[in-house]
Design a protein. Structure first.
Length: 163
């Protein structure tokens, strides 16, 4: 089943050091049942599970917890078409583009969760500072307004160097 890496491992893949305790993947919502079956076969137990997200934890095996983000097929097609294949030790996997990763972080920040804000905001600012996103100031403003708020844009701008 197709997937792309998001979250902390994706941030690390773009050269930004960030500790993470799970593996986050974006997948097609239409594959939800197939992913559930696969997770059960791999001895993962389902935790949170709703229309947009599922969290799986390994039963007794030492392994990464896996979080899945479900999106509609068209959104997934767009994300996967821009994804970049990267190395993770001996494995290779597709990682969302840096632009899509920024967009996902902006979207996550819209739904303020105190325990997540500092990590997601730090990831977002580090990605933008890296120069690897190709996102202009106008693009950033548009993404913030579309997926979050103009107040988030202003807060991000406070953290970025003046140009």
């Amino acid at each position: 089943m197709p997937f792309a890496v998001i979250g902390g491992h994706a941030v690390n893949a773009y050269g930004i050091s960030r500790q993470t305790g799970d593996l986050d993947l974006i997948v097609r919502g239409s594959d939800k049942e197939a992913w559930s079956t696969l997770m059960k076969k791999m001895n993962y137990e389902s935790g949170q599970h709703d229309e947009r997200f599922a969290r799986y934890r390994p039963d007794a095996t030492p392994a990464w917890p896996i979080d899945l983000m479900f999106v509609d097929d068209e959104t997934f097609r767009k994300i996967l078409s821009d994804a970049v294949e990267m190395e993770f030790g001996p494995a290779r996997a597709r990682v969302v583009s840096s632009r899509h990763l920024v967009t996902l972080k902006i979207h996550a920040l819209k739904h303020f969760q105190e325990h997540r804000f500092a990590k997601d905001f730090g990831d977002l600012v580090a990605l933008l500072r890296s120069g690897k996103t190709g996102i202009s100031d106008a693009d950033l403003r548009e993404l913030c307004v579309r997926y979050a708020t103009s107040a988030l844009y202003e807060r991000i701008k406070e953290e970025l160097p003046r140009s």
